[in-house]
Design a protein around this ligand. Sequence first.
Ligand SMILES: [Zn+2]
Length: 294
Amino acid sequence: MFRWSDLDGQAATRLRSALAGGRVPHAYLFSGPSAAPQLVAARFLACAVNCQRAAGARGTSGGDAGEPCGECDACHKIAHGIHPDVITMEREGASQMIPIETVRRTIARLGLPPHEAAVRVFIVEEAAALAGPSANALLKTLEEPPQRTLFLLCTVAPDGLLPTIRSRCQRVRFGGSAAGPRQAAEAGDASAEARREHLAALAAELGQPARAGAARWDLPARICEGKGEAPLVVEGALRVLHQHATQAAHVGDLQAARSAATRATELLDLHRAMTVHNAQPQLALEALLYGWRT
Ligand SMILES: [Zn+2]
């Protein structure tokens, strides 16, 4: 079972101390890279505020404060996605947006008391996938939060949210991967290091400036070989392009700086399409590289 110690230190410390001190706000915004465990943490927090055993032991269990038992009825139902008061709003359809009907259905429930939970929890799987009307409807609720209700908004693109939504939530930033530090350590430092170097080489290739020649056509396939790694390569390529733009601007080559900046913008859009709207990474990368062909 997942434990708070599987999260990176700062995020876990903040959430545990809020739980231990009974200071859990009515809304959190969990943000971090696509490999970070925002959603896992949200479900775990839903367990922690509703665990039937942790509630009795809170304040007396020392180091385990805020750690759900994982065995009681509430923990069991939440872990299996069948708790009637822990609702996840998910992306749907080809557009991979959260439909307004889902948000309306959720808000309609707020007038009624929770079925069995101490704290009703609404998890938004990807808050940047709330279209304008959905975001506005949710915002109204966040402005007047009902009792015994906790909103957990997860996102890989916090800048894509309405500033008014961001300001209504306590922000917790996640880093690292969902595998957790224990598994990462078990995987071995040497192979992890080789993997990092491989991803950095792919990022350098993807982020090369226009004048360095066209990218090889098998690049999208090579980037997508490692499952779930395409967003990491795109993030690396963004850093490479930022460096190119800065260096070009320093030596007065404004055309090269502009070209690198344009590519960076397109890569940002691609990153958002992959991480927020679940675009198929290889197809999206191929389309982008066709556009870059000179
Ligand atoms: Zn429990």
